[in-house]
Design a binder for this molecule. Structure first.
Ligand code: AMP
Length: 194
């Protein structure tokens, strides 16, 4: 159980899991504020690196544009570094990481090295048809329908096995993501308290 009411003792280590277009970004920001822990979005970090034109950005720009995943080793470095910063010492909400089974293993060993462990994995469930129409509606200039479909396919292949992985470890909390934004936030907080 995660103490949602008492901010002063916030120490929740959380993962927000779900397919592209499920509303993770919005909900991560809301939960971050409510629980007083940083929301860590690997997608945002990579996009910032691309904008900066850093060495990392130059390496991942093309991969991201195609809707494919950046390699696990690169992501391990990004996440280890980010979780090492001061603001993440007493909890965090990861959005967009882990995305593969090897990444889940990396996360668990990084946390183990810090004498921490995950408290819960919040899984936002949204039907595929809803995801596709949402994704097409918020389509960015460089997102073709083909790229959007590819992202959904990559999610099914690479990321959806994490649902079983975390379920087996009793960490998975399923939340209906096909509701209004406020209802989803309320359901997420409820799932944490349960
Ligand atoms: P997102 O904003 O989470 O959808 O991430 C945007 C893109 O960044 C993804 O399509 C991937 O190319 C890349 N990315 C973000 N997080 C990861 C991750 N954990 N593993 C591999 N690639 C990632």
């Amino acid at each position: 159980m995660v103490d949602v009411a008492d901010h002063s003792r916030a120490s929740a280590c959380l993962v927000l899991l779900g397919p592209p277009g499920c509303g993770k970004g919005t909900q991560a920001a809301r939960l971050s504020e409510r629980l007083d822990i940083p929301a860590i979005s690997t997608g945002e970090m990579l996009r910032a690196a691309v904008t900066e034109g850093s060495e990392l950005g130059q390496r991942v720009g093309g991969i991201m544009a195609g809707g494919t995943l950046v390699d696990d080793q690169t992501m391990a470095d990004v996440v280890r570094d980010r979780l090492g910063r001061d603001d993440a010492q007493h909890g965090f909400l990861l959005d967009g990481y882990p995305r593969t089974l090897p990444q889940a293993a990396t996360l668990s060993s990084v946390l183990e090295g810090r004498q921490q462990q995950l408290d819960a994995v919040l899984f936002l469930e949204v039907p595929e048809a809803v995801l596709l129409s949402r994704a097409l509606a918020r389509q960015r200039a460089d997102d073709t329908e083909e790229v959007i479909r590819h992202r959904l396919h990559v999610y099914e292949e690479e990321t959806s096995p994490l649902v079983g992985y975390y379920n087996e470890r009793n960490l998975l909390r399923r939340v209906n993501g096909d509701q209004s934004m406020d209802e989803v936030t309320a359901s997420l907080l409820e799932a944490l308290e349960g």
